[in-house]
Design a protein around this ligand. Structure first.
Ligand code: TXA
Ligand code: MG
Length: 321
């Protein structure tokens, strides 16, 4: 059920959430499957609907303002400028949690991931529901995150109301930052780039080591299409032949492909990282769903700005982690 975000529908969504039901909501990053974060039975429905293992904790979404501070036990001084600069927006902070946050939300961890999303529909529902909302990306566990209302509908076969907020403007999940130590550490690359973070916070560490897996979003199996995906080492123009039935995801539209694959999608003709990020999951889904395509190949983005997060998602889609 895709709902247009009329005043009545927003009220209806908020009432469902207050009653412990799930509703899919748009954010500027990806669509989320939301439930009352303070109601464990409601949160359990999210895990069930997503077929998500209980060891993978959820992000708690909060309205603008200072109310979120009631969920956490203290914020380090270095994190305050990040909150001021990037909330509302694609930044999630992992902080020590208060006992009021149910263990189910945090998978028993002593920390909670908090994010203030910028999408006006999400903010209005947060205000009307008057409670924090736990919301993972609105896809079945391990699959490609939805960036359009129709993607969510496809994941859940119409069982869950989806408020249509249009295509997500950022298109990559939020950047998850561990804010428990003396300095920021990125647990998941995402819609806020490392460079933007560093402008405000100074040097930011990247938790990339497999043994340091503290955020299951770094699991290898995430964001997977159904068809096998191969990552190209270099530009697609240098490839002299494609396996029959290859669906090629190009980063940019530079001319001169030596051979034509079965189908080609381009993330950004001009090579713009923001445009590429915004369309990444939608293009992957289209190629994955094309009956004439048997396997996918993807060009990598330049390794800067949002390109790091794009390449991270492509590596995971390729099963490379
Ligand atoms: O942009 C986003 O973040 C989207 C939208 C809907 O807000 N949400 C999202 O949620 O991507 P999800 O559940 O797909 O990813 C949440 C990530 C996971 O990698 C999870 O492991 C991590 O956040 N996370 C949640 N709580 C955590 C905690 N206490 N410590 C470390 N990582 C945590
Ligand atoms: Mg997800």
């Amino acid at each position: 059920m895709i709902w247009q975000p009329t005043a009545e529908r927003l009220e209806e969504a908020a009432a469902l959430l207050r009653a412990g039901e799930c509703v899919a909501l748009p954010t500027e990053t990806v669509y989320g499957l939301a439930a009352d974060a303070l109601n464990p039975e409601a949160v359990l429905k999210v895990f069930e609907r997503k077929e998500r293992p209980a060891f993978d904790p959820l992000i708690v979404h909060v309205p603008e303002g200072d109310g979120w501070r009631q969920l956490v036990r203290g914020v380090p001084a270095w994190a305050e400028p990040l909150v001021r600069a990037f909330w509302p927006g694609p930044l999630t902070l992992v902080l020590p949690k208060k006992p009021s946050v149910p263990d189910l939300v945090t998978s028993g961890l002593d920390s909670v991931a908090v994010r203030c999303p910028a999408h006006p529909v999400m903010q209005r529902v947060l205000g009307l529901a008057a409670r924090p909302l736990a919301a993972p990306s609105a896809n079945k566990f391990g699959r490609i995150s939805p960036t359009r209302a129709g993607h969510v509908e496809g994941e859940f076969g119409g069982e869950i109301p989806v408020l249509d907020g249009g295509p997500c403007s950022i298109g990559l999940e939020s950047t998850v930052v561990d804010a428990r130590g003396d300095a920021p550490r990125i647990l998941r690359l995402g819609g806020l780039s490392l460079e933007e973070l560093e402008k405000v916070a100074g040097p930011v560490a990247l938790a990339v080591s497999e043994v340091e897996l503290r955020s299951p979003g770094m699991l290898k199996t995430h964001y997977a299409p159904r068809k096998p995906l191969a990552l190209l080492d270099g530009p697609a123009v240098e490839v002299v032949g494609w396996k029959p039935g290859t669906g090629l995801l190009r980063f940019d539209g530079r001319p001169g492909l030596a051979a034509q694959p079965q189908r080609t999608a381009v993330l950004s003709e001009s090579g713009d990282l923001r445009e590429a990020a915004a369309g990444l999951f939608a293009r992957l889904r289209e190629l994955d769903g094309d009956a004439s395509v048997c396997q996918l190949a993807a060009e990598q983005a330049p390794a800067r700005g949002l390109g790091l997060a794009i390449n991270d998602r492509l590596r995971k889609a390729a099963g490379l982690g």
